[in-house]
Design a protein around this ligand. Structure first.
Ligand code: ATP
Ligand code: LTN
Length: 338
């Protein structure tokens, strides 16, 4: 009897171990990872190779990789259901990135807004890795033939270039790569900095700009209390004219599950002090379970390492299959004469 086994659709995403994750990373990306793990075949990577495009202290980076593994697990990811691993443990990423570099134009990379932003931020270290960062990201995604990629809105342009590279390669060599779709949430896809609500919240910005997933309740209250708002005093969702207030409202809405409209209706006539107290209450309550699970997990480094190594083994199997196919297509020397 003929049987067709349908492959589950595949999800791939990655986060850089470049600092403690912020509620921006959580709301825009991480929060969705566990939601997807039952219906899809999910692969979640810790992209340490991307992290060194900005200078990192080696001991800190090493420690942060394990911390991010603990955060992944604390957010609800189950290593029995999905693959969790470190990018540098699977050499196919760097190998495919090299090949894809030869299918990417300088002009395309020069247009990337993240490259422009990071070049301005790190003017003393505009290295070639920072420039070809999107190509390594394309390699990450294409190696696993991912159908969809959950990311924050800031990564939309990188997903577009990934699709362009895949289509260009497929155009020359046939259907080698799955062309991935971005998964970006409408509300919360772009959480803004607490100190400059016209810029995105980023984990490598100064402390007061973000709330870390591991911030103590007192710290959360202090940072939200000092968040930049405006002087008109009205609680209204208007990102264009009231970016600070709108940012607090969408943080509260995404974390509580309540709509922005309902929150505004409930807070009618109240002041920014009340808005900030309520936002802080919601943030603290939603971080609490993740933080207590994190504390338990981070105490067992051996378990975290074992999880990453067994994840890398599974990832390596899938990635090598794609890499070998690509190497053959481009005409690299064969490994057997058969
Ligand atoms: P860095 O500051 O080191 O560049 P980052 O905070 O921008 O890092 P990444 O590791 O590059 O974070 O991103 C991890 C995921 O979090 C990505 O999917 C990214 O789109 C998402 N993300 C990052 N910042 C935000 C934000 N402010 N709002 C929503 N999503 C975000
Ligand atoms: N570029 C992303 C992190 C990242 C990623 C990926 C996300 C690296 N590789 C693959 C999704 C899929 C960032 O800067 N946020």
């Amino acid at each position: 009897m003929e049987q067709t086994i349908e492959r589950k659709k595949r999800i791939f995403s990655g986060i850089q171990p470049s600092g403690t994750l912020t509620i921006g990373n959580y709301i825009g990306a991480l929060r969705h990872f566990p939601e997807l793990q039952d219906a899809y075949d999910c692969i979640y990577c810790i992209v340490d190779e991307h992290a060194i495009t900005v200078r990192q202290n080696a001991a800190d980076l090493r420690r942060r990789c394990l911390e991010l593994a603990a955060i992944y697990l604390a957010s609800g990811l189950d290593p029995e259901k999905c693959i969790i691993y470190c990018q540098s443990h699977v050499s196919a990423h760097a190998e495919l990135a090299w090949i894809l570099n030869c299918f990417t134009y300088m002009g395309e990379l020069q247009r990337m807004t993240q490259f422009k932003d990071k070049s301005a931020k790190h003017a003393d270290n505009i290295n070639a890795g920072l420039f070809t960062y999107p190509v390594l990201m394309a390699a990450d995604i294409l190696l696993y033939q991912a159908d969809a990629v959950p990311v924050g809105a800031d990564q939309k342009q990188h997903l577009e270039i990934t699709r362009d590279i895949a289509q260009r390669f497929n155009g020359v060599y046939g259907d080698v790569f799955t062309v991935p779709e971005p998964l970006i949430t409408k509300v919360g896809g772009r959480v803004m900095s607490l100190q400059d609500p016209t810029r995105k919240m980023s984990k490598s910005d100064p402390e007061e700009c973000f709330i870390s997933l591991l911030d103590e309740p007192d710290t959360v209250r202090r940072k939200i209390k000092r968040a930049v708002t405006d002087s008109d005093g009205e609680i209204r969702f208007d990102p264009e004219n009231k970016p600070g207030v709108s940012n607090l409202l969408s943080i509260m809405a995404t974390l509580s599950g309540q709509s922005v409209e309902d929150i505004c209706a409930e807070m009618a006539g109240k002041g920014y002090g009340d808005l900030k107290t309520r936002t802080a209450d919601v943030v603290i309550a939603s971080l609490e379970p993740l933080q207590s699970e994190y504390k338990r997990l981070i105490a067992d480094k051996q378990f975290l390492l074992d999880t990453l190594l067994s994840g890398a083994e599974k990832a390596n199997y899938i990635a090598t299959k794609t890499l070998r196919k690509v190497q053959k297509k481009v005409g690299f020397a064969p490994r057997t004469l058969k």
